[in-house]
Design a protein around this ligand. Structure first.
Ligand SMILES: C[S@@+](CC[C@H](N)C(=O)[O-])C[C@H]1O[C@@H](n2cnc3c(N)ncnc32)[C@H](O)[C@@H]1O
Length: 272
């Protein structure tokens, strides 16, 4: 059996950054619209990763506004720095920090805060929400993007469902950090309330997260999202069968195109 390489998160993001940035852009733009981000504002973006939506926010608030992006993984944040340099963005302050610790940021300072696909992965999300609460002006707004229920998020669920034909997979723990930790809107309301926020708007968006021209590229992307070690434990013929089923199911759902994504909930909240 030939084992496929296991990509680190940084290798994964570097390889697929261009396509992912492009296809998921409507979500970032909608988050910034809902937060009312415009010229002169100060914006805090937590778990900014490769700079989403921080880089777009920095363009919107220029020339006098400021964006602070916080990300725990140094290598991933370096990609955001490179992108800011390439685009000539100078009003973006990118910091390596754990968003669940005090952020060392002035209180009552930001007009808006954003977290795109980040809160659910934090060890202590309520602590992080409390830091955001402190950092926001009394009129400040928080806009967060979260994944909906597993059955509506095929980019994550479909490859695993097909894999279960060959291997039993442990059920995800909804309390542990992970993709579906905030799939239940009641839990979102509960934790936002504990941190002093009131949710005033919720909407859903079907977001593409990856688009491919070839079966091989789609398979590589899905594998890189955490499935390679499991797949490497299958026989060569089982792996090929899984790949065939995956690509034909994705094509069938996409009317012939190779696209994967899922439903994101966009939640806007203000201070209680
Ligand atoms: C799925 S990525 C989303 C990145 C970016 N916001 C986007 O939408 O492309 C989740 C990010 O959250 C970061 N993260 C997880 N826990 C964190 C924490 N406690 N503090 C800061 N960043 C964190 C991860 O390192 C990762 O870059």
């Amino acid at each position: 059996m030939t084992d496929r390489e296991v990509l680190t998160p940084e290798e994964l993001w570097r390889r697929y950054d261009d396509v992912e940035t492009r296809v998921a852009a409507p979500l970032s733009e909608r988050m910034l619209d809902l937060a009312g981000v415009g010229p002169g504002m100060r914006v805090l973006d937590l778990a900014t990763g490769r700079g989403e939506p921080a880089l777009r926010a920095a363009r919107r608030v220029a020339p006098d506004g400021l964006v602070v992006g916080v990300e725990v993984a140094h290598g991933i944040l370096e990609m955001a720095r490179e992108k800011a340099r390439r685009s000539g963005i100078s009003n973006l302050d990118l910091r390596v920090a754990d968003a669940t610790s005090p952020l060392g940021i002035a209180s009552n300072y930001f007009h808006a805060a954003t977290v795109r696909w980040g809160l659910m992965y934090m060890k202590e999300p309520v602590a992080s929400l409390m830091h955001v609460h402190r950092a926001l002006l009394p009129t400040g707004v928080l806009v967060v993007a979260l994944w909906a229920e597993p059955e509506r998020v095929p980019y994550y669920t479909l490859p695993r469902r097909l894999l279960q034909r060959f291997r039993a997979l442990p059920a995800p723990d909804p309390e542990a950090p992970g993709t579906f930790r905030y799939a239940d809107l009641e839990k979102v309301r509960h934790d936002f309330g504990r941190a002093g926020f009131r949710i005033d708007h919720v909407e859903e968006m079907d977001v593409t997260v990856f688009e491919s021209q070839s079966d091989a590229e789609l398979v590589d992307w899905v594998r890189a999202l955490g499935l390679t070690p499991l797949l490497n434990s299958l026989s060569e013929s089982e792996q090929r069968a899984w790949e065939r089923e995956l690509t034909s199911e994705v094509r069938r759902r996409g009317g012939g195109s190779l696209r994967l994504g899922g439903v994101s909930r966009i939640v806007r909240a203000c201070k209680l």
